[in-house]
Design a protein around this ligand. Structure first.
Ligand SMILES: O=C(CO)[C@@H](O)[C@H](O)COP(=O)(O)O
Length: 229
């Protein structure tokens, strides 16, 4: 997985048909997704439950791009090897999920994955100030995690601060929650390069109407890239 700061659209399969993940993943990739974002929720760190490492391992053969796994679980450390075995390319843990995020990021890299650190809306950019050399991606939550389809919370000041703190390190800034063609330019202008979008990608489409996914992905990408025009 090479590093660049081009805009990447990462559809969240939280908004896909849960009875048809393989076909949904193949459809979004065929329609232009750069990464596939997989939301793991434990019903404890967040008030919702999705799936665990066995399901993620079953997704792996369908993902030809980058499998970006966002853990909304606590604790994280006992499960790192299971997600490495499942084939995650990027494994992101929340800084709020435990007292030892530094150790967690080291363990994620040690298991051969790219390491991400996620920040809830109430957590300041400074929470990752001493983690930047251990981190490949900072995920800025623009909703309170747990559900798709929520209203975007403006975190542009935090994103801009992170971009300044990161400097020339090869660290992605990923935005997660409420990303659509209206909010994408705001976060891209502030310095984000990976845009997770669930409802705004899957809305109106299906595996039988995948061209809608393609249109939705293109609209988000064009809106984000438009800030550089
Ligand atoms: O992690 C989460 C929610 O906790 C996200 O990945 C959502 O799935 C994004 O969904 P939309 O806000 O784009 O519908």
């Amino acid at each position: 997985m090479s590093f660049d700061r081009k805009i990447k659209i990462a559809p969240s399969i939280l908004s896909a048909d849960f009875a048809n993940f393989g076909a949904e993943i193949r459809a979004i990739e065929a329609e232009g997704a750069d990464w596939v974002h997989v939301d793991v929720m434990d019903g404890h760190f967040v008030p919702n439950l999705t799936f665990g490492p066995m399901a993620v391992k079953a997704f792996r053969p369908h993902v030809k791009t980058v499998m970006d796994v966002h853990l909304m679980i606590a604790p994280v450390d006992p499960y790192i090897d299971a997600y490495a075995d499942a084939g995650a390319d990027v494994l992101t843990a929340h800084v709020e999920a435990g007292p030892h995020i530094h150790r967690t990021l080291q363990a994620i890299r040690g298991a051969g994955m790219k390491a991400g650190a996620a920040l809830n809306p109430g957590t300041p950019a400074e929470a990752v100030a001493h983690l930047l050399d251990l981190t490949d991606l900072i995920c800025v939550m623009t909703v309170n995690p747990g559900f798709g389809g929520q209203k975007f919370i403006d975190m542009t000041a935090k994103i801009a601060r992170l971009r300044q703190m990161i400097g020339d390190r090869p660290v992605h800034i990923e935005i997660d929650g409420g990303v659509d063609p209206k909010t994408a330019p705001l976060v891209a202008r502030a310095g984000a390069d990976v845009l997770v979008a669930g409802s705004a990608v899957f809305r109106g489409g299906s595996v039988d109407k995948p061209e809608v996914y393609g249109q939705n992905i293109r609209e988000i990408r064009a809106a984000a890239e438009g800030v550089w025009a």
